[in-house]
Write a protein of this length. Sequence first.
Length: 434
Amino acid sequence: MEFYKYFMDKQAVNCRPLRGMRDLFGHTHQVFQYIIKTAYEVAQLYGYQPIETPILESTSVFQRSVGETSDIVSKEMYTFEDKGGDSITLRPEGTAAILRAVLSNSLLQNLPLRLASHGPMFRYERPQKGRYRQLYQFGVEFLGENNPLADVEMIAMAYHILKKLNIASTLNINSLGDTQSRENYNQSLLDYFSVYENDLSPDSKKRLYKNPLRIMDSKDPSDRKICENAPQLKQFLSKESQDFFEKVCNGLTMLNLPFQLNQYLVRGLDYYCHTTFEFTSTQLGSQDAVLGGGRYDGLFNQLQKGIYAPGVGWAMGIDRLSLILKGYEAQKFLKIGIIPVGEKCLNYSLQITQQLREKELAAILLYQYQNIGKAIKTAMKNDCVYVIIFGNDEIKSQKIRVKNLTLPADHPLKEQVFKNLDEFFSHVQSPPLK
Ligand code: HAM
């Protein structure tokens, strides 16, 4: 007996999902679907077309583009060798993968392209409220357009979606300028931070000689203190970069889209230039960014040398939005429960259930034919509005005996008998299933 128990335990599967990952079902699943549907609907108004890329990519797609010194590449990627010995990575973000898809499907000739996409991303981060290792994003990329008004449109679309979802948030924006501006700034940051080298956090120390700009993004309290007196990026912006940013800010003002300038907003991915932006919510605690993005004019060239095409985009965190989205109720549609009285009535009941579905009415067959009361309870749990009961008499007479589960027991229409299925069909006016 003891041995048997031991054997069983050895066989037992760990039924918990992996840390930072979760099963989505019920209300949360419905909220996710609602957010995704709303986002695609709005994106369509701005001319965006859907694209889906694989969840696994060659590691190189993300390594150089997202940046060796970024948290994502240096510590968060799920990277492993496949059976053929190739290094592959579960996508930590969507932008590099979409640009890879544009290159591999010869879509460059179709620029400008407006692409929208959604799906799971994977980052090995420390899980906490609003931070998961399998996270879900909806994102948009506008490829091949270098006009600053393209950035404005992008941000307007983000505002539009958040407004439709009834999410209150604040827009922070910044400019990282062009390559030369950033190089000058990085040099000046190196000079400044070198003085404090011993006081910097271990992560920032590592970044000091590789990419000091990323130190400005550090959340470490002692780093933050040192950053307070660091040189400011705006002092290093070239005339062209300043003009570009001014046009973005003027465009936002023209469309009455409020924003806050935030010189620390360098973002966690290395591919950005010029505009960076983030929408934050006060309802989320420390993981407060619900949507982030920016311009990435050099990203195509990082993936394939010699290809220069500008791009701008953003992604929003569906998990985080679902935590703060209030008052969503799934649209109820008419559902019917079919109760066979006894096993003999089961086949007939299944046939009728199928006919209801063919008429675009949702129907479930309740298999608890030993106990009608139990079957009705199951129907109620499943949000059925009606149950139809099939005993021998109904099968013989072809009549349809219906109980309306939403009416009180003494209501005259609580129980109705229809001559046949067609009469019942004309009685129920239901919205067709989506
Ligand atoms: P990101 O800022 O890394 O940007 O992610 C975008 C959004 O995804 C964040 O604002 C946040 O809402 C959500 N998010 C990120 N990490 C997590 C996590 N661990 N758990 C839950 N939610 C998370 C990008 O990914 C860029 N590819 C955006 C972009 C598109 N830039 C240009 N085009």
